[in-house]
Design a protein around this ligand. Structure first.
Ligand code: NAD
Length: 496
């Protein structure tokens, strides 16, 4: 069955179709409709109309909450099917789709349904100055039409983060999933239709980022763009949006640092660090792609880490025993391979992996053996650039100051991990790291209650939490004179 796109409350068939590939086999899964100029125009017009004249912004907060809870329920009812589809399309191990991606997506809709009234509560302030007094109401309004552009590494989860927040705040949306992984987003579209969300409030377009991205982001009917993806594309989007000064949220790349102090619990630091770079085949924006280990435990850490990396079980994502699936595409595998070659040229020492596996069963898909490097010079390409694949680099450090300097010596600032038993050192280090999220003795914990977002070239704006939600609102100040008898001076400025 051809997967159709969602526009103005209808699943729409288009003239142009595209194949979607299963990265575990390299073969096609299905074909998907591709939006072209006509469908893009229809989606823009319908999202604008639904916001300006449709029922959505006028629904009571209670009704809005009910709609979002129905979406959460719809995701849970189809959880098994969605997990299978996510794994089929991304190659990620089914354990990850089943226990992380799908339930977390439902949880996000539930969270923002449960908190939208609190987050949107008006604030009243009484202000007094030397010349007048005033009463102000600070009102949170939706921004309008919001374009949501998401990557392929967590297709349903990141789409759900953005959509739940945007809808809870009262916006209408156009979602553009990656054309490599549009399937679960389009299933979400069906769940949204079943939940009875009014036509035009949610539109989901599949197609080339270049074509759709530019058209959607430059259009004056769009008020905001929330983007998660690479720095290269992020910068293009910033330039598309500049002419109309749109509100932007940018969640971009990373080159995050894991710091292991010598008093850390070694086993948990090794296991946590493996997860921090190899989960989802290393295709995580928050991957700890640079691991710095203190001198006293360096050799033991590297030996244990490498031994376990060699034992990771590669295989089809659909197998519950699989610990590492394929990379997303042949192009991505070539990109990761080219970084491994550059690292070798730059003098780094490869301890294991870093190549296409020899097993016959892994020949068809885009599999890649997890690589572990040491002795990487800070000026080497793999030390500086985001690889977005299963390539761990482990370097030694001696003192605390050196660890801070190494961790911060990157143009990114997304996340960091600290492994230590000393809470004082952890607090000190966390305070000095240039990263939007710092995990201590853990990795990758995301909560709907907590804001997430990077510093420096990892982007700006937050996702999740009250702060993330408020990005999808605009703040209006309604000010009235409260001086009573002593009337405001402006009314009599000219003496009339
Ligand atoms: P990408 O930037 O290539 O694509 C992201 C999305 O942008 C896709 O939907 C794509 O179709 C679209 N796109 C492509 N060209 C476009 C254009 N010119 N205009 C508008 N949209 C366009 O990223 P990717 O390869 O899908 O994902 C990997 C990147 O995403 C990595 O850099 C990773 O760090 C980043 N990422 C960041 C976060 C975060 O929260 N900071 C989370 C996940 C992924």
């Amino acid at each position: 069955m051809t997967a159709r796109i969602l526009i103005n409350g209808d699943l729409v068939e288009t003239g142009l179709k595209q194949a979607v590939i299963n990265p575990s086999t390299g073969g096609p899964i299905t074909e998907v409709c591709v939006a072209q100029a006509r469908e893009i125009e229809m989606a823009l017009a319908s999202a604008r109309q639904a916001f300006d004249k449709g029922p959505w912004p006028g629904l009571s907060l209670k009704e809005r909450k009910t709609c979002l809870l129905k979406i959460a329920q719809g995701i849970l009812e189809k959880a098994g099917e969605l997990a299978d589809l996510e794994t089929l399309n991304t190659g990620k191990p089914i354990k990850e789709s089943t226990f992380m991606d799908i339930p977390s997506s439902a949880e996000t809709f539930k969270h923002f349904a449960g908190h939208l009234e609190e987050y949107l509560e008006e604030e009243t302030l009484n202000i007094q100055s030397q010349v007048s007094t005033a009463k102000s109401r600070l009102v949170r309004e939706p921004r309008g039409v919001v374009v949501l552009i998401v990557p392929w590494n967590y297709p349903l989860l990141i789409a759900s983060w953005k959509m739940a927040q945007a809808l809870a705040a009262g916006n209408t949306v156009i979602l553009k999933p990656s054309s490599l992984t549009p399937l679960t987003a389009l299933e979400l579209g069906k769940i949204i239709l079943d939940a009875g969300i009014p036509a035009g409030v949610v539109n989901i377009l599949n197609g080339s980022g270049e074509v759709l991205g530019e058209k959607l982001c430059t259009d004056s009917r769009v008020d905001m763009v929330s983007f998660t993806g690479s720095n290269e594309v992020g910068k293009k989007i910033i330039s598309y949006c500049a002419a109309s000064a749109k509100k932007l949220v940018m969640e971009l790349g990373g080159k995050s640092a894991g710091i292991v102090l010598e008093d850390a619990d070694l086993e948990s630091a090794v296991n946590g660090s493996l997860c921090s770079i190899f989960l989802n085949q290393g295709q995580m924006c928050t991957a700890m792609s640079r691991i710095f280990v203190q001198e006293g435990i360096f050799d033991k850490f590297v030996a244990d880490f490498t031994d376990k990396a060699k034992r990771l079980k590669l295989g089809e994502g659909s197998d519950f025993q699989t610990q590492m699936g394929p990379l997303i595409s042949e192009a991505q595998r070539k990109r990761v391979l080219s970084y491994v070659e550059k690292a070798k040229k730059d003098g780094a020492k490869l301890l294991c992996g870093g190549k296409v596996p020899d097993e016959a069963g892994l020949k068809k898909g885009f599999f890649f053996e997890p690589a572990v490097f040491t002795e990487i010079k800070p000026q080497a390409v793999i030390f500086r650039e985001e690889i977005f694949g299963p390539v761990a680099i482990i370097n030694k450090f001696f003192g605390f100051e050196e660890a801070v300097e190494l961790a911060n010596s990157t143009e990114f600032g997304l996340a960091a991990c600290i492994w230590t038993k000393d809470p004082v050192k952890a607090k000190d280090l966390a305070g000095r790291l240039n990263a939007g999220t710092v995990w201590v003795n853990t990795y990758g914990m995301f909560f709907n209650e907590l804001p997430y977002g990077g510093f420096k070239q990892s982007g700006f704006g937050k996702e999740l939490g009250r702060e993330g939600f408020l990005e999808y609102t605009r703040l209006k100040n309604v000010l009235e004179d409260a001086s009573g008898e002593a009337r405001p001076i402006v009314n009599y400025w000219y003496g009339f």
